[in-house]
Unconditional design. Structure first.
Length: 249
């Protein structure tokens, strides 16, 4: 059963097209306050396109309500960030020639521009969450390892104090030990009240971390339910968890 809280993000009949080709078709989903929701599915299913549409980076058809407000026109990304949404893209999009600390401070720049002067405290908290970043604070972001870059991308997004964080393939290309650390941080963020929409090919880790889950194939959502229920679903097991029914038996 889902949490009895109001949706922070609700999409109804969402369609996103590139020209005449619909990459996302009639998608309806919700992310509620305090939830981790995951979308799993194969490459090319439309997961990244869906996140881009929800974040206002692509034009969409259908209805999207963010924090209880349905936009009548395409929102500006900076307005969504200011309202409490954050996106960590698959490619991380760091400023490679700037230091770790400069990248982090840029994540909190809009709050500073709006008059907040508590960035040093936020920075200290990021370093507590990611001790590796504290060790690399004056190192150029472009010289970091893949795992460190992912930590920096997450830390930079958290400097804006998001209420809802969209995460696109955070484990992609990372070693198993680093993947466990990334998912530990996701669990800690949930405990702090940050809601998370997680797009992830590592279905086993994603379903373990999530409260609710959707399965996306060919641009459409084909299954949904409590994450623990989908983790036991025969179709999900055979298609995404790599365990045949006969092997399980």
């Amino acid at each position: 059963m889902r949490r009895e809280t109001a949706p922070l993000l609700a999409a109804r009949g969402l369609t996103i097209a590139y020209g005449k080709v619909a990459a996302v078709r009639e998608v309806s989903l919700e992310i509620r306050e305090g939830e981790v929701v995951t979308i799993v599915g194969p490459n090319g299913a439309g997961k990244t396109t869906l996140l881009a549409g929800l974040m206002g980076l692509l034009p969409v058809k259908g209805e999207v309500a963010r924090f209880g407000v349905t936009a009548r026109r395409a929102p500006r990304v900076e307005d969504l960030v200011r309202a409490g949404m954050g996106l960590i893209p698959e490619k991380r999009e760091l400023f490679g020639t700037l230091s770790v600390e400069d990248n982090l401070r840029l994540g909190g720049f809009d709050r500073w521009r709006q008059g907040a002067r508590d960035g040093d405290g936020d920075l200290a908290e990021i370093y507590r969450l990611f001790p590796r970043l504290a060790e690399r604070r004056w190192q150029e972001a472009g010289t970091l390892s893949g795992g460190e870059r992912q930590m920096l991308a997450m830390g930079r997004a958290l400097m804006a104090r998001p209420k809802l964080l969209l995460l696109d393939e955070p484990s992609l290309g990372l070693a198993p030990l680093i993947i466990r650390e990334i998912f530990r941080i996701i669990g800690e963020l949930r405990a702090r009240g940050v809601s998370i929409l997680l797009v992830e090919q590592n279905a086993r880790a994603a379903l373990r971390a999530a409260d609710y889950a959707y399965v996306m194939e060919r641009g459409a959502l084909v299954l949904e339910g409590a994450a623990e229920d989908l983790a036991r679903n025969e179709r999900v097991i055979e298609a995404y968890l790599g365990i045949a029914s006969a092997d399980r038996a």
